[in-house]
Structure formats: C-alpha cells, structure tokens
Design a protein around this ligand. Structure first.
Ligand code: GAL
Length: 376
C-alpha cells in the first residue's frame, strides 16, 4: 500500500513538471512578454511563400547554406500560399524572440498586418524578393531588379522579329497579389508597347492590352486591368487552362511570340502551344528552374532569366547581420510601397538562352552539369 502511494506521488510530480515545461513553449497568448522571452533563441526569422514552387525551395536551400556560415540562429518557415498561415508564422517567430524578420509575402498588401505586429515588437523588417506594400513597417527591401526582368523578357521577343510585322503575341502575367507581377509586366511593356502600337506585334489574348496599346506608361489600374485578363496566379495549372482557351479563341499561326512570366508557367503554356501544328514558338521565362534549363537546352523554352539566389540570400543575411551588429546597412536604391520609399538592395539579372546556358548555369556553379542532358 505504502509503495503504491509513493509511486502515485512520484507520478503526480512528474506530470506537473512536464505540464510546466509544455506551457513555457507556447506563444505568448496572454501578452505576458517577459515569461515567454526567457525561452527564445532565434535571432533571424525567415518566412517564404510556399514549398509548392521550385523557386522558394531553391531559396530555402541557399539560406541554409548561408546560415551554416553564421553564428546566429535562424529559422525558415513556409506560408503554403496562405496569408493567415503567414501571419501565424510571423507570430510564432516573434514569440521565439527574433530581432530581424526576412519575409517574402504571399500577398504584398495582406502581409502588412503581420509585419506591423513584428515592428511593434521592435523587430527589423526586411522584405525579400517581393515587396510588402501599404505599410510603413518595412525597413529594407532586398530584391532582384524586377523591371529589368520584364525588360529582358520583352527585349528577347523583340530580338527574334527579324524585321517581320503583324506577328502573333500572347501575353501572360504573374499573380495580381504580387507587387513583382506589376514590375515584370511594366518592364516587358516598356519593350513591347511601341511594337504593339505600330502593328509589328498583334496581341491575341487581351482586349485591355489592345485598348491601351498607344500608352507607353500605364497606370497601376490600367496594368491591373490587363493583368486580370492574363494572370497565371503563378500556378502552372491556371497557365495551362488560360493558354488552352486563348488558343481556341485565337489560334496561333506561323511564328508565335509568348510572354510567359516565370518558368513554371512557361513550361505549362509551352506544352499547350506545342500541340498546335505548323507554328514556331518563342516563349520567355524566369528563375532558371532546373526543368526549364532542360527545356532551354532542348530548344523548347526559348529563354529564362537567371536571378542568382545566392546573391539575394547573401544580401538578405548580410543586411540582417548588419542590423544585429548595429552597423549601417548599405543600399543602392528605393521602392515606393504605396506608403513609404523603402531603402533597397537591388541585384542584377542575366538572360539565359541556348547560346550561354553552359556558361551562365554550369560554369558559374549554379547547377551541376549532371542535372541535365545535352549540355555541350
Ligand atoms: C515572384 C518571384 C519570381 C517567381 C514568382 C512565383 O515574386 O520574383 O521569381 O518565381 O514570384 O513565385
């Protein structure tokens, strides 16, 4: 009997101790900041949009490489394409005591609430690749020059004209919730608009683009009107069904020019157009995804834009460490997010075609040659 009682006593003590530990790890629901902070160890929190797209899985890998080389503790969380999950991720990282938040918003405007709550905790906010808009709670923006991405795509198509006129042009864009989609389209329009206006290119799939074809500079609203008609939501499935309906409505003939916003959507759109007989497809891309590099090598996708994620990660982690060590952050530009001009680190991009794919992708060490077939 005595033995049983002491055993029960020991077990009761163990259960209480265990419950106390579990409670200590929960995020601060009660706002009892002091208690929670004692358990933190994360210096830098990183929030990426989704694991469903190769682009962000690439960034995670490059961040992990960079993180190993620092003394700081860093945690990477994914938002699975959902702004509510994104907010939850930010709250989790705040509770872990981060001093710097590096965030790529799923939806630029919807992310404002999440960064505001982090800012209120004295955390420094770095917008990564995509800009958080409609708030003054952003300290720095580390990005590739997205307008020059669009210009590289537009210029590539212009360079394939060889003096021809009345050429079919199909336009596609990114997600309207992504501020980059507007910057990419602005860049492409800078190069394509003069040739749409003079009839060299004939837009086959956007009545709004035709309506605005004489306007060299579009307002945000006008660009939104066009993007609404041609958006892929950055989703290959959406890109595929849009291309299908556009090909049915306005079948391509001869040399066919396609502005595709990134690699994932470019392959989906290419595969639809490739079902049409007797046409030559010239199609753009972005991100230098492994599958698209193979498409470029095989002469399917015509080009992609290499955004060397190693550089962007270096820029973001470098900025975070400067902040943690109280150093001045060097910037080389600024972006208007609708409320403030955010100081920015702008990184250059490289056009990749069959001609320079080996040099730009293999010799640069971006990917191993073993990932591909047919690399000369
Ligand atoms: C953009 C990003 C691109 C592209 C896209 C889809 O914001 O800059 O590289 O991949 O999102 O996630």
């Amino acid at each position: 009997m005595k033995k049983l009682l002491s055993l029960l006593l020991v077990m009761a003590l163990l259960v209480t101790a265990f419950a106390a530990c579990a409670k200590a790890d929960e995020p601060a629901a009660t706002g009892d900041k002091e208690v929670v902070k004692e358990n933190k160890g994360t210096d830098i929190g990183i929030v990426l949009p989704t694991k469903e797209e190769p682009r962000w899985v690439q960034d995670e890998a490059r961040f992990n490489e960079a993180i190993d080389a620092t003394d700081y503790s860093v945690e990477v969380l994914f938002s699975q394409g959902d702004s509510a999950k994104e907010k939850q991720n930010v709250d989790t990282l705040i509770a872990k005591g981060i001093k710097v938040l590096i965030i790529t918003p799923q939806d630029g405007a919807a992310a404002a609430a999440a960064v505001k709550s982090a800012k209120a905790e004295g955390i420094t906010i770095i917008s990564y690749d995509r800009l958080v808009t409609d708030t003054d709670a952003v300290d720095y923006y580390v990005t590739f020059n997205s307008v020059s991405v669009g210009e590289a795509q537009g210029q590539y198509l212009v360079d394939q004209l060889d003096g021809a006129t009345g050429q079919n042009l199909y336009l596609y864009a990114g997600a309207a919730t992504d501020n980059n989609a507007f910057l990419f389209f602005e860049g492409a329009w800078n190069k394509l608009q003069p040739l749409i206006a003079d009839g060299t290119f004939v837009v086959m799939n956007s009545s709004k683009a035709v309506e605005y074809m004489d306007k060299a500079v579009l307002t945000r609203v006008e660009m939104g009107d066009i993007i609404e008609q041609i958006t892929t939501d950055w989703t290959p499935g959406v890109a595929k069904s849009k291309a299908e309906s556009h090909i049915t409505a306005a079948p391509p003939t001869g040399k066919t020019f396609v502005l595709a916003p990134n690699d994932g959507t470019a392959r989906a759109i290419y595969d639809q157009f490739a079902k049409e007989d007797g046409i030559e497809i010239l199609i753009t891309g972005q991100d230098a995804e492994i599958q698209s590099i193979q498409y470029v090598i095989d002469g399917k996708q015509s080009m992609t834009v290499l955004k060397d994620v190693r550089d962007l990660v270096k820029g973001a982690i470098g900025t975070a460490i400067d902040v943690l060590e109280g150093k001045t952050v060097e910037t080389n530009g600024e972006y208007d997010n609708g409320v403030i001009k955010v100081p920015a680190k702008d990184t250059k991009v490289i056009t990749v075609t069959q001609d320079n794919v080996k040099a730009a992708i293999i010799d640069s060490g971006y990917y191993e040659a073993s990932e591909f077939t047919g690399v000369e």
